[in-house]
Design a protein around this ligand. Structure first.
Ligand SMILES: NC(=O)c1ccc[n+]([C@@H]2O[C@H](COP(=O)([O-])OP(=O)(O)OC[C@H]3O[C@@H](n4cnc5c(N)ncnc54)[C@H](O)[C@@H]3O)[C@@H](O)[C@H]2O)c1
Ligand SMILES: O=C(O)C[C@H](O)C(=O)O
Length: 356
């Protein structure tokens, strides 16, 4: 091909790439093809954020745009994605950003995605439990998962919307109904509990939180959040008072933020950080990296419950291995019984919502 026909081909490719379709804003860019150069077509994963205009969604979009493993980033919400897409797309990082707004554009947002992250739904106000969000968020998660089952049934799905202990079972039921359920690909995000646990333990021990690793198992609400302080790395001993203080602080970390925000929502910035840390682990697993292990709320046989959070190894197929809980001390065994009792009801509530 001579250089002028090569130039024509390139411009035609760019023009096709930039032409705004009726259903999407690409890069917020309205230039004609002749004014832009071709993208390098960097390899990477296609990621969608559903609820991208929210308190979590916006910083999550920012951080995912910075992730070198992401080549395409779809931002979907029922409001405000055009502005957020235009804004984030100006960052000089590799991912191509496209925005989608409203239910009619959900299918385009989801088609072809490798990873879908869901922070859509209402947050708590002071005095509420996460379960108080069920009535609104259950329907939102169900609807979005129906879209995933139809448009990207093989995608890995990260559920952030609360109550996670019920929304993950809801997602599983939707996928089962659609015949697309792959338990390895559905993960409830409990990473914020681990992030908090690492921070609070590091404070008590006088360590850098980046050096601390605290397994947090169970679920994501109150007593279902069970930090295993006997398994902290680096290995250490706590007094009884320290164990009670740290455990309570981790279990009530979400409420601490809800109360401090005094009606303006729940954790958004630390959650976006945790969501990206977790999504990055999922993407490294999908890429084939070895030894990627994080805590997540998944379809599990670690206890008699159908879902449970524990350490999982992430790989090319999603959850490749679920770690057992390891030896628990008496305090943790008592905590586990309390956690299972509450979790069981929350899981059943989610399942019943879809089966009703
Ligand atoms: N798993 C966790 O550790 C964790 C941590 C913090 C918050 N959360 C939960 O995350 C959720 C979102 O929190 P937030 O602070 O970002 O709330 P937010 O209200 O700021 O944002 C939620 C976004 O969801 C959008 N939305 C509502 N219905 C939608 C639908 N049908 N489709 C797509 N988008 C829709 C809203 O327009 C909004 O932009 C809440 O349920 C909250 O409890 C979970
Ligand atoms: O506490 C909440 O309602 C939000 C979230 O689950 C959190 O743990 O911060």
């Amino acid at each position: 091909m001579d250089s002028s026909s090569e130039a024509h081909r390139r411009i035609a490719t760019i023009a096709a790439h930039l032409r705004p379709s009726s259903s999407q804003m690409e890069n917020g860019c309205s230039l004609s093809g002749a004014n832009c150069r071709a993208k390098g077509g960097a390899p990477g994963f296609k990621v969608a954020i559903l609820g991208a205009a929210g308190g979590i969604g916006q910083p999550l979009a920012l951080l995912m745009k910075m992730n070198p493993l992401v080549s395409v980033l779809h931002l979907y919400d029922i409001v405000n994605t055009p502005g957020i897409t235009a804004d984030v797309s100006h960052m000089d990082t590799g991912a191509v950003v496209r925005g989608f707004v409203g239910q009619p554009q959900l299918e385009d947002a989801l088609t072809g995605m490798d990873l879908v992250i869901i922070p859509a739904g209402v947050p708590r106000k002071p005095g509420m439990t996460r379960d108080d969000l069920f009535n609104i968020n259950a329907g939102i998660v169900k609807n979005l998962c129906e879209g995933i089952a139809k448009c990207c049934p093989k995608a890995t799905v990260n559920i952030i919307s609360n109550p996670v202990n019920s929304t993950v079972p809801i997602a599983a039921e939707v996928f089962k109904r659609a015949g697309t359920y792959d338990p390895k690909r559905l993960l409830g995000v409990t990473m914020l509990d681990v992030v908090r646990a690492n921070t609070f333990v590091a404070e008590v021990l006088g360590l850098d939180p980046r050096e601390v690793d605290v397994p947090v198992v169970g679920g994501h609400a109150g007593v279902t959040i069970l930090p295993l302080l006997s398994q902290v790395k680096p290995s250490c001993n706590f007094t009884k008072e320290e164990i009670e203080y740290i455990t309570n602080r981790i279990q009530n970390g979400g409420t601490e933020v809800v109360e401090a925000k005094a009606g303006a929502g729940s954790a958004t910035l630390s959650m976006a950080y945790a969501a990206v840390k977790f999504a990055d682990a999922c993407l490294r697993g999908l890429r084939g990296d070895a030894g990627v292990v994080e805590c997540a709320f998944v379809d599990s046989q670690v206890t008699e419950l159908p879902f449970f959070a524990s350490k999982v190894r992430l790989g090319r197929n999603g959850v490749e291995e679920i770690h057992q809980l390891g030896p628990l001390n008496e305090y943790e065994r008592a905590g586990l019984e309390k956690a299972k009792k509450e979790l069981s009801g929350s899981i059943e509530k989610g399942v019943a919502f879809v089966r009703k």
